[in-house]
Design a protein around this ligand. Sequence first.
Ligand SMILES: [Zn+2]
Length: 145
Amino acid sequence: MTATLAQALPSDHVRIATDVHTEPFWQAARERRLVAPRCGSCGHFRLPPTPFCPECQSQEVDWVELSGRATVFSFSVVRGLPGLDDLVLVAVVVDLPDAPGARLVSNVIDVDPGEVRIGMDLEVAFHPISDGWLLPVFRPAGGTG
Ligand SMILES: [Zn+2]
């Protein structure tokens, strides 16, 4: 039996809405860069982006470019969605070693869902979505397991 590799959602199924707090994240992704907002006052990473730092209430933000490395914090495998019976998705929450405390909700692609493990090393990839944006997704790091 050949495993079906996990995919990302078809491009036209993903729409994003940006606002002043999230736009830098999406603009960077469009340039194939993964960035995270770090509090300009206390240095706490706040991803998902929030208007105020949960630690110190500051509104100051520095956008820090990350290496794109990540590890699986938690995941779930989704097989088939309405109208997309053959789709296999691995929904994942990742830890970002370059941004302690920050977590990102995404997908793992190009992987046998049965091989995904907590703590697995991943690297970022960019998947086209609606309106010309790119969605940061992840694939197994290095290709060597
Ligand atoms: Zn802060």
